[in-house]
Design a protein around this ligand. Sequence first.
Ligand SMILES: [Zn+2]
Length: 83
Amino acid sequence: MDGTRVTVQCRNCSLAATYDRLRDARTAVDDHESTTGHDVRWEIESLDAGVSQAGADAGVCGRPGCANEDSPLVDPEPPEPES
Ligand SMILES: [Zn+2]
């Protein structure tokens, strides 16, 4: 599927790979686990909805100085409020 990225990472060795197809990632994970018995974890990211979702979660709005202002602890007072 376009716009999907799967990050595969093994907890027991240095195996790490990124696939743009879920099926490829699943095959690689199954193969590695079945041959080595390792515990492989994978994370599925959608580049379409995922990026915008992650951006919203992080409070990234695209303005300079507004890259990580989601937490009030980081920046309790906006230095220059836009009017
Ligand atoms: Zn491994």
